[in-house]
Ligand binder design. Structure first.
Ligand code: SF4
Length: 297
């Protein structure tokens, strides 16, 4: 049986950079604090924990002084930098450049929106680290809209709207949301000549959106697809659904121990792929286990 690992799966450059940065500091100092899980993959988090990486949350940060703290690829709001300064903490900033650019754009847009009596809307998951960071650059004034239709009630359709997306959102869902907002604005202003405008910015990261079409093709080429990802990864869920919609014989696993022998019956080719937060070593481990299990059939 052939087992192919998708060469384009695995860490995106933002995550890769954060992990490389952490490892450099761990090699040098033996220990490093990281604000939140460095990546949405428990196995990779545990590997780095063994090397000395200590994951903390924002409460822990308040009681931490005179040491180094890594900011992961998701980025942080300005308040975190301020809190670190007050505690004499050295920030090792591994925020992804794509996220930093978005924070910047959002900060400028929020200012413009305020001047025009407008409002800034972010399509994303409330509470997600990247969204918390982005909101921070609007002094927490941005409205977060997810997939729940009730979220639209938070928007004032009598005022102009500027729409952004969290970098890891689904492109098609973003397109539908923008169309819905446009329609609701038009309905609200029916009969009025000067309806407020809608500006939509495409800020979904190419590292996620370009993988969708690629994985669709990859999934179709195999009898069986094993998608490897941490359960907390948003792009993991999104990319897994793409694989499954193009090949119903697709299974989600977090590691080799979740593989089931009966999935391999009658299978001649298996594709192993994963999210932007899945380490290549984990996909290799899963691929090896598939070969072992198949051998035992
Ligand atoms: S998915 Fe894109 S924005 Fe997010 S960390 Fe990776 S490269 Fe950066």
């Amino acid at each position: 049986m052939k087992v192919n690992i998708d060469k384009k799966s695995g860490f995106c450059f933002g995550v890769l950079n954060a992990i490389k940065t952490a490892e450099e500091f761990l090699d040098k100092y033996g220990t490093l604090f990281c604000l939140g899980d460095i990546v949405h993959n428990n196995k990779e988090v545990n590997r780095l924990k063994e090397k000395g990486l200590i994951t903390i949350d924002h409460n822990d940060l308040k009681d931490l002084y005179n040491t180094r703290v890594l900011i992961r690829a998701h980025g942080e709001p300005p308040q975190t930098y301020q809190a670190a300064k007050e505690n004499n903490l050295e920030i090792i900033d591994a925020s992804c450049p794509v996220v930093l650019k978005l924070q910047n754009r959002i900060s400028v847009s929020q200012q413009k929106a305020l001047e025009a009596n407008g409002q800034l809307v972010i399509f994303g998951k409330e509470g997600h680290a990247e969204v918390v960071g982005l909101k921070g650059y609007t002094a927490d004034k941005a409205i977060v809209v997810g997939n729940n239709p009730d979220d639209l009630k938070k928007i004032d359709f009598s005022r102009p709207i500027t729409l952004y997306s969290q970098t890891t959102q689904n492109k098609e869902e973003y397109r539908l949301l923008a169309a819905k907002i446009k329609q609701m604005l038009a309905e609200h202003h029916c009969g009025k000549s000067e309806a407020p405008g809608l500006k939509v910015y495409n800020t979904i990261c190419g590292q996620v959106s370009n993988r969708g079409p690629h994985l669709a093709g990859f999934a179709k080429q195999h009898d069986l697809v094993i998608f490897v990802s941490g359960k907390k990864s948003s792009n993991g869920k999104y990319l897994f659904e793409i694989c499954r919609s193009h090949n119903p014989n697709t299974y989600f696993v977090s590691g080799k121990e979740e593989l089931q022998k009966d999935w391999l019956t009658g299978v001649y080719s298996t594709g192993v792929c994963g999210a932007t937060s899945t380490p290549m070593w984990l996909m290799e481990e899963v691929a090896e286990e598939i070969k072992t299990l198949k051998h035992g059939l």
